[in-house]
Design a protein around this ligand. Structure first.
Ligand SMILES: Cc1cc2nc3c(=O)[nH]c(=O)nc-3n(C[C@H](O)[C@H](O)[C@H](O)COP(=O)(O)OP(=O)(O)OC[C@H]3O[C@@H](n4cnc5c(N)ncnc54)[C@H](O)[C@@H]3O)c2cc1C
Length: 382
């Protein structure tokens, strides 16, 4: 088989690229190769409205299952509600959209349950022996293949999708409820209300290490739910994640002619570990760039994203290397005192020099220490 675009790995990044290409160039010859049974895996992807590049909006706007007009954050010293629209895409809906787009396009092939074993600049060899020749190969096989610097913190979480016996009373997400014992770093609950009785409750940690005792954390979610006076009728789904948050620039991907995208290519937000804003941006660039100009466009966007990541790396260094784990919530609470526009552009990876100044302006926070704080004791980490 010969195609224009071979997209290796049918996750968030290449799914968005496929949707963008088939939206802009419905006749293009495209193969999307995914080793799993469906594109997208099993995720809930959230993002702020401003995270989506307007050029990618035509194919991202139809995807969210839930949209909320804003969100709330709670810290021990303040609560704030921001009227910043927030959305959630369920990976099952994402898979439906990618499958439908590939089916409707005359020259697109979606190859699921298909493992790529050799990824080269002019083609892909599959585990079943087939070879796909391609004018351009975009490799987005996910975080597992991304080389990380040793200097790294982690965002880790266990989330339960719950049906309650009575309405929970939330009308918008709570992005952070940090009014909790601060164990294992900065800790907060993340709440997404889906309907009157159903919601996702995620116990989240910004920690020094990646260890995650899923059952223990799930039990803490259930305790939190009970403390709110809610009773669980059913646990409908469970998810977990361990997302690396580096504070040094990751090594650049190899320059061997294969275009590395998604998390593997370094297209993610270093402070949140989320990749939708950068993935949407790259999808727009791929859709709007002639195929022969793609390598240069990729390199230019990677440089730009690298520049935008620098401030996030600095924040991560302050957070993980210069703030004792139990006081990290103070830095986050301080950040949430900033203007809504600065916070919006922070999440969208579009901060101006003024935003960067505003984000850190003021006296040096007293929770910061010059030396790296000692590692947590086993008791603190438990
Ligand atoms: C529980 C959880 C919740 C998250 N929530 C958010 C969120 O709310 N917002 C957000 O922006 N980010 C979120 N993230 C992070 C986000 O999911 C990842 O950053 C994003 O999926 C990375 O996209 P990607 O396309 O690079 O990799 P992936 O989405 O991981 O896709 C890689 C794909 O490649 C396939 N693959 C791997 N090897 C091969 C092979 N040899 N042949 C064929 N296929 C292969 C995999 O099966 C996979 O489908 C979350 C992560 C987790 C774990």
């Amino acid at each position: 088989m010969t195609v224009d675009y071979a997209l290796v790995g049918g996750g968030l990044q290449n799914g968005l690229i496929a949707l963008g290409l088939l939206h802009r160039r419905p006749d293009c010859r495209l193969a999307l190769i995914e080793r799993g049974p469906r594109p997208g895996g099993d995720h809930t992807w959230c993002f702020h409205a401003a995270d989506v590049d307007p050029a990618a909006a035509p194919w991202i706007d139809p995807l969210p299952r839930h949209r909320w007009p804003g969100y709330t954050v709670h810290f021990p010293d303040r609560t704030r509600t921001l009227n910043e629209p927030y959305s959630m895409i369920a990976s099952a809906d994402f898979a439906d959209a990618v499958e439908a787009a590939c089916l409707a396009a005359p020259n697109a092939r979606l190859l699921t349950d298909t493992e790529a074993v050799a990824v080269e600049p002019d083609g892909v060899r599959l585990a079943d022996g087939r070879h796909i020749r391609a004018r351009v190969v975009i490799d987005a096989r996910g975080p597992d293949r991304h080389a990380l610097p040793a200097e790294c913190g982690y965002q880790k979480f266990v989330g339960l999708e719950l049906r309650l016996t009575a309405p929970h009373g939330l009308d918008r997400p709570v992005l952070m409820d940090a009014r909790l014992p601060q164990i294992d770093g900065f800790r907060f609950m993340y709440l997404l209300p889906f309907d009157a009785h159903r919601l996702l409750v995620e116990d989240t940690y910004f920690s020094d290490g990646p260890a995650l005792d899923q059952d223990a954390v799930a039990a803490r979610v259930e305790s939190f739910v009970a403390e709110q006076g809610w009773r669980i009728a059913a646990v409908e789904r469970r998810e977990h994640g361990v997302l690396p948050l580096p504070w040094a620039a990751p090594p650049p991907p190899p320059e061997d002619g294969v275009l590395r995208a998604g998390y593997q290519g370094g297209f993610y937000h270093p402070v949140t570990g989320y990749s939708l804003p950068a993935a949407a941006r790259l999808a727009a660039v791929v859709a709007d760039t002639p195929i022969e100009a793609l390598p240069r466009a990729f390199a230019a966007l990677r440089r730009e994203i690298g520049r935008r990541q620098r401030f996030g790396l600095l924040l991560n260094r302050a957070f993980f290397a210069h703030c004792p784990p139990g006081r990290r919530w103070q830095l986050m609470s301080r950040f949430y005192r900033r203007p809504a526009g600065t916070i919006r552009r922070f999440y969208a990876m579009r901060m101006s020099a003024w935003d960067r100044f505003v984000a850190v302006a003021g006296p040096v926070p007293r929770c910061l220490v010059w030396r790296r704080p000692p590692a947590m004791t086993a008791q603190e980490a438990a």
